[in-house]
Design a binder for this molecule. Structure first.
Ligand SMILES: [Zn+2]
Length: 381
């Protein structure tokens, strides 16, 4: 990174490893500028937020009074979704609680999930992804050399959640997504995990077996079927409460007996490997930067503290060796084969067929219809 064009934001810690970053005259990056814009519309860690959230909960409860569940909640065992579970419980919400097991759960994650559902007195539904297919898809992704190796897990998570919700007549999705800890993310680093065209194209090229049980959500389902036919709505409660991760963690420890992971995303060995090795090694992307930048912008960390955090190594050598061995064994390949895959050239998602053209066409039509109707058409992205 030590080239003469290197630049780091003077307010957060984002730098030119984001190829699309831009800086103003004071050296403040576009992410910082955009943060104020985004948060003014969607972030209310205050009294106003509490009132808004209560109103959303009341509406949701009323609409579902005659049903078994108010909403669906995906529980990964990470802090975000675990804390969310606790807050829903305290608000008297009745979620359909689902854990999607993509095969990479650490034992600690399983234990944490168990502790939470026991504390709340909920029944846990576990959806186990067909491991033979998952393995094949993950190997296909690794061989494709594209950045976002979390797509097989992430897509499976959302697809399973949506299919399961629909099956149970649930149309509210509670999401742990939040602006306090993940407001900043460079779009250039990643493509969406919800691009089923891209997923199938990559699997067709590098996979070896048919995906029969692995569920996907296609373009039509994503932008039309779920939002308009099934009227699925997403609520992100963490944007309406003061969500401070360290305090949330402490509360979980005290109330639920939650145990902390040694690292961010310690709930999944693969995610850890992908974020701490694959992305930095192959692409020079360090996901801690947008995460820490988000915390700085949310006022939860100083820039100096973040810079210190970034000095820490992403992996220590023994842990990396252990994780590589674990991943190779789990994927059913030799250590040498994994090394060979890790050495293959990097590609961009757009080197494979994808949804961008469909998306652009949809936006165009939406724009025309909006203009004709004189109102804004909304859907989720
Ligand atoms: Zn910045």
């Amino acid at each position: 990174m030590e080239n003469k064009n290197y630049q780091i934001c003077t307010r957060c810690v984002m730098d030119t490893t984001d190829p699309k970053i831009s800086f103003d005259a004071n050296g403040v990056c576009n992410h910082c500028t955009e943060f104020d814009e985004v948060t003014s519309k969607g972030w209310f860690p205050n009294k106003e937020g509490a009132t808004k959230l209560e109103a959303m909960y009341q509406k949701m409860k009323k609409e579902n009074a005659n049903k078994d569940y108010d909403c669906i909640l995906g529980l990964s065992g990470g802090v975000d979704s675990s804390y969310l579970a606790l807050k829903l419980f305290e608000a008297g919400i009745r979620p359909l609680v689902v854990h999607v097991d993509g095969g990479w759960n650490s034992e600690l994650a399983v234990q944490n999930i168990e502790n939470i559902v026991n504390y709340c007195g909920w029944h846990l539904h576990t959806i186990v992804i067909d491991w033979e297919e998952m393995k094949d898809l993950q190997l296909a992704y690794l061989r494709s050399g594209i950045a976002n190796q979390d797509v097989p897990q992430d897509h499976a998570f959302f697809a399973s959640l949506y299919h399961f919700a629909t099956k149970h007549g649930v149309n509210y999705v509670i999401s742990g997504g939040n602006l306090a800890t993940e407001s900043i993310f460079p779009k250039a680093w990643h493509w969406s995990a919800m691009d089923a065209d891209n997923l199938h194209a990559i699997h067709r090229k590098f996979g070896t077996r048919k995906l029969k049980n692995y569920k996907t959500i296609g373009f039509y389902e994503l932008y039309f079927y779920y939002p308009f036919i099934k009227k699925m709505k997403t609520i992100r409660p963490l944007n309406f409460i003061p969500y401070i991760k360290s305090e949330a963690l402490q509360e979980l420890k005290d109330k639920v007996g939650y145990k902390e992971y040694a690292r961010k995303h310690g709930e999944s060995v693969f995610t850890k490997f992908f974020q701490n090795y694959w992305l930095p090694m192959k692409f020079g992307y360090d996901k801690r930067k947008p995460h820490l930048a988000s915390l700085i912008m949310a006022g939860q960390m100083s820039r100096a503290e973040a810079l210190l955090e970034l000095e820490k190594p992403l992996y220590n050598e023994n842990e990396l060796k252990e994780d590589k061995e674990y991943i190779a064994k789990k994927l059913g390949i030799s250590d040498e084969e994994l090394e060979k895959i890790l050495q293959t050239p990097s590609y961009n998602y757009s080197d494979f067929p994808n949804m961008t053209n469909k998306y652009k066409r949809m936006k165009k039509i939406q724009h025309i219809v909006s203009t004709l109707l004189g109102k804004n058409l909304s859907n989720y992205t």
